[in-house]
Write a protein that binds this ligand. Structure first.
Ligand SMILES: Cc1cc2nc3c(=O)[nH]c(=O)nc-3n(C[C@H](O)[C@H](O)[C@H](O)COP(=O)(O)O)c2cc1C
Length: 322
């Protein structure tokens, strides 16, 4: 998610779940090919498994970017066919690609021919006045033929004319049934459902009908939910017994990053929701939101914020309260 799932966020989320696949923000092919590639594509080895999401529509450029992603050690490369922003529409990629299934197929074919990495696509069920039955089917057939490893479907349309990107994440109604039907019609294709999944139990419920689930805002805004992913979805122990233990495990990373010149806030802004629903959470957030911005802010600032959480050792009890 743009501006959200940067490398600091991904490192933090990886502390909360060992098993989930994590995605980068969308990076355009132009940025990969002509921008500050080392900075844009930097990732910590601890992030594995991590997928790089690309925005673009030129098969040759996408293939080259996929090759670069492979060199950088990413585990998957994903093509964005769901983002509705104006910038993306001007570039003729993102959600507008829903109207060009043959081109998406060509993009996927060029990437699968170039890399060994799994190539996946993230799309909507349709755009504007498209019929989701036809539009999603056409896109699916095109990418399936091209060797896509999985299709992640944000289960609502994007209305490119008239809604902002933010509105396009909430206003077009969710249609999970359309994605279930897609899976039923393409039993050999890995279909992943996205959109409005609020917690891990809801994710589990979908898994009877699709192969995977992707959580966006709920994972970012309430990262404590991720501590339930490994036990509930993968049958593995949670990496940490409590949000506090996970927060403490972040401290060596914070110290490392500060030594490299990273500002504390760049890391801790992703942690603000970790204690949501727990007494002291508001003071924790407020302390970080103000103090972590100061030039002298360091790991001690983060420790002070942790000290504001009441009963900070509580395991997952607060999950029920949030
Ligand atoms: C701040 C923000 C940035 C996003 N950036 C991207 C992006 O770069 N690529 C993408 O495929 N989706 C992006 N999305 C959409 C989410 O991945 C997801 O499809 C959408 O929020 C619906 O899922 P959710 O209800 O679980 O959040 C973004 C969403 C938000 C809130």
């Amino acid at each position: 998610m743009m501006e959200w799932t940067d490398r600091h966020c991904r490192f933090f989320h990886r502390l909360l779940t060992r098993c989930a696949l994590i995605y980068t923000e969308m990076i355009t092919t132009g940025a990969v090919l002509h921008g500050d590639r080392t900075r844009l594509m930097a990732r910590d080895p601890a992030e594995h498994p991590v997928a790089l999401q690309l925005g673009g529509c030129d098969p040759r450029q996408l293939a080259e970017c996929a090759r670069i992603a492979e060199d950088f050690g990413y585990d998957e490369v994903n093509l964005n066919a769901g983002c509705p922003s104006d910038r993306v529409q001007n570039g003729r990629f993102g959600a507008c690609l829903m109207a060009e299934p043959a081109l998406v197929g060509d993009c996927v074919a060029a990437m699968t021919a170039t890399v060994k990495l799994p190539v996946t696509v993230k799309c909507r069920i349709g755009i504007d006045d498209q019929d989701p039955e036809e539009a999603l089917e056409a896109l699916t057939c095109a990418v399936e033929r091209a060797g896509v490893a999985a299709l992640i479907v944000h289960a609502r349309k994007a209305w490119l004319d008239g809604l902002s990107p933010r509105e396009n994440r909430d206003i077009p109604p969710l249609d999970y049934a359309r994605v279930y039907r897609l899976k039923a019609a393409h039993p050999d294709l890995c279909v992943v459902l996205n959109g409005g999944i609020g917690d891990v139990d809801q994710a589990l419920a979908h898994l009877g009908r699709v192969d995977g689930v992707m959580m966006g805002r709920a994972a970012y805004q309430d990262p404590w939910r991720l501590l339930a992913v490994d036990p509930v979805l993968f049958g593995e122990a949670a990496p940490f017994a409590s949000p506090k233990a996970a927060a403490e495990a972040l401290i060596p990373y914070i110290e490392r990053e500060l030594a490299r010149g990273t500002r504390l806030h760049a890391v801790t802004r992703h942690v603000l929701g970790l204690f949501r629903g727990v007494p002291g959470a508001r003071a924790f957030r407020r302390h970080l939101a103000t103090e972590a911005l100061k030039p002298a802010a360091g790991a001690a600032t983060f420790r002070e914020a942790l000290g504001l959480i009441v009963n900070v050792d509580a395991p997952m009890a607060h999950t029920a309260a949030a």
